[in-house]
Ligand binder design. Structure first.
Ligand code: FAD
Length: 116
């Protein structure tokens, strides 16, 4: 069983990374400046080269080539990222996430109040 004080396996790395990526989407502005948009686009592209699971990174680069990252607003980027995460979910046989609810999961908490 993986231990939290040992190097991460692909699963632990993935969970931590999705938390960071969706949290970046959650804190991204509704109306980003052009420099904020270009920073985010550069970050996504560099991330796709540096992510330390090489098969994961290669598939992510393929996805970026097919579905160009949308950085025009918080909701655009959050939905794009949700689609990228769902692409991995499909590949791994995990259930797909309803992207209309990404902000409840990662920004506001669920409407039923369970995160309050
Ligand atoms: P995770 O998939 O890590 O998800 C964490 C939480 O995010 C979930 O509990 C759920 O609440 C929420 N969530 C789920 N789907 C979405 C969504 N679409 N949008 C928003 N929130 C969502 N693993 C491999 O074995 N092979 C790969 O090729 C691979 N590629 C990866 C590529 C990237 C860019 C990243 C970041 C990770 C990749 N992983 C890959 C890891 C994999 O995606 C999972 O992180 C890992 O299998 C652990 O899964 P998990 O079930 O704990 O939930």
């Amino acid at each position: 069983k993986p231990r939290s004080d040992c190097p991460p396996d692909v699963e632990a790395l993935g969970r931590g990374t999705w938390t960071l990526l969706h949290s970046i989407a959650a804190s991204y502005p509704d109306s980003p400046s052009t420099s904020q948009q270009s920073d985010l686009l550069r970050f996504v592209k560099l991330f796709s080269k540096l992510y330390p699971c090489w098969v994961c990174a290669e598939d992510f680069r393929t996805y970026i080539g097919r579905e160009v990252p949308r950085v025009g607003s918080r909701d655009d980027f959050g939905k794009w990222l949700c689609g990228a995460h769902n692409d991995v979910n499909r590949k791994l046989g995990k259930p797909e996430f309803d992207c209309s609810r990404w902000q409840e999961r990662w920004r506001t908490g669920w409407k039923d109040g369970r995160c309050d």
